[in-house]
Design a protein around this ligand. Structure first.
Ligand code: NAG
Length: 201
């Protein structure tokens, strides 16, 4: 009787331990970058602090050059926000994207619909500027907002290369919810090149 109770306790403890270890076990996500509405790649183990898989489909217009790109990979949940984002700096520099974050192995495999690109002006106007190597920018120019862009935004942050940038323009409400330094890869492409389309201000 005693022995059996002991072994039951041991068993319970083992199960608990395994469960706890299981919770901390690294997530695996499909990882790929590609042009077009989807991409496929290997399922890779995420860093321990990356607790979400993400799939992003983004339509960008940078200096009049349009492209549709897909990104799949691992992310911190705190940096990942699902939904539709639209940001416009001027008619030749904008981005619309759909993002989905999820938290189980390879859950980012399935494709997402390409983001709707509604360029119909909605009546809102915002100051616009893009600057690099500075955390603020001022502006005398205005941009006409389109589609669901209901906010004027000022974003400052770092692109993946570590370069500081600041930008102002039109955006959907959720565009600046991500913390500095965690802009989605597709969005940061907008601000990649120093000496961009807008004079730094
Ligand atoms: C496109 O955006 C305009 C302006 O916000 C809006 O009136 C219109 O309903 C939108 N069209 C679609 C198909 O969502």
């Amino acid at each position: 009787m005693r022995l059996s109770t002991k072994s039951q306790t041991f068993l319970l403890a083992s199960v608990l331990l395994c469960t706890l270890l299981g919770l901390g076990y690294p997530l695996s996500c499909e990882v790929c970058t590609g042009s077009g509405p989807t991409c496929s790649g290997n399922v890779q183990t995420c860093d321990p602090d990356q607790d979400s898989c993400v799939v992003i489909v983004a339509h960008t217009n940078r200096k009049g050059h349009q492209s549709l790109n897909t990104y799949k990979g691992c992310m911190k949940s705190s940096a990942c926000s699902s939904g539709f984002v639209s940001i416009t700096m001027d008619p030749e520099n904008y981005m619309v994207s759909n993002t989905r974050c999820c938290q189980s192995n390879a859950c980012n495999h399935d494709p997402l619909p390409a983001p709707e690109n509604n360029r119909t002006e909605n009546g809102l106007q915002c100051p616009t500027c893009i600057t690099h190597f500075k955390e603020t920018c001022s502006s005398t120019k205005k941009v006409l907002c389109v589609g669901q862009e209901s906010h004027c935004i000022t974003c400052a942050g770092k692109v993946q290369t570590g370069v500081i940038f600041a930008t102002r323009g039109c955006a959907t409400e959720n565009a600046c919810h991500t913390k500095p330094g965690t802009l989605v890869p597709a969005a940061s492409r907008l601000h990649h090149h120093p000496g961009g389309p807008q004079p730094s201000g």
